[in-house]
Design a protein around this ligand. Structure first.
Ligand SMILES: Cc1cc2nc3c(=O)[nH]c(=O)nc-3n(C[C@H](O)[C@H](O)[C@H](O)COP(=O)(O)O)c2cc1C
Length: 195
């Protein structure tokens, strides 16, 4: 995929990429997408995030095995994403585990809202450079297993795992309905358009 400078175009071309070329991802790129992540907003500007950059084949193999079990549990053999040529995580160049602080184990709406903007920044910056990503949370079905293998301490949660790599092929824009199908004015009513 081509790099994208224009922000409006970037939003339209940010989409889930689950298969990657056999091409390494430099540390400089990882650094840059994480730098972008850290410019995200967070509740009370706590910046309550940590990122584990996984490149080690053994670690990726363990994560891949656990993730496949999660995937099978939800979708079974008829998993829709398989049709997209989804790769196992063993073949993904980099897996970025995005963690959020959960002090006292208590989470509320601000908890997720203080990590997912950073995840989105990471993914948009990656796409702007021509790389693909996908936000995943299915691994949470095996939350304890992932936390153990990654050594994530108490009071932190793995909120997303983002595979990162050069896409295996060209992907066009994402597909979304028109704005009018979801927007109301002045109070809750039926959206103007129901497509
Ligand atoms: C909260 C959340 C959890 C997601 N979890 C997964 C996941 O575990 N595995 C996966 O392959 N995609 C996951 N996705 C990606 C969605 O499937 C994807 O964003 C959606 O299908 C839109 O894809 P598009 O932008 O390419 O149109 C997740 C997305 C979100 C926002």
């Amino acid at each position: 995929m081509q790099p994208i400078d224009d922000v409006a175009t970037l939003f339209e071309h940010q989409r889930a990429i689950r298969a990657f070329a056999d091409r390494p991802v430099d540390d400089a790129i990882v650094h840059e997408v994480l730098r972008a992540a850290m410019h995200a907003p967070s509740s009370q500007n706590a910046q309550p995030w940590r990122f584990i950059v996984v490149r080690d084949p053994a670690q990726k193999a363990a994560m891949s095995e656990a993730y496949e079990e999660c995937f099978l549990k939800v979708y079974g053999e008829g998993a829709p994403a398989r049709a997209d040529g989804r790769q196992p995580w063993t073949e993904v160049p980099v897996l970025i585990v995005c963690c959020v602080a959960v002090p006292g184990g208590r989470s509320n709406i601000a908890t997720g809202a203080s990590i997912y903007p950073a995840v989105q920044n990471l993914m948009l910056r990656a796409r702007s450079l021509g790389l693909g990503t996908v936000l995943t949370t299915l691994f949470r079905l095996q939350r304890d297993r992932f936390h153990a293998m990654l050594g994530i301490p108490a009071e932190w949660e793995a909120a997303a795992i983002v595979p990162l790599g050069w896409p295996d092929r060209h992907y066009g824009p994402n597909r979304r309905p028109p704005v009018e199908t979801v927007v109301m004015h002045d109070r809750w009513t039926e959206p103007a358009a129901n497509l």
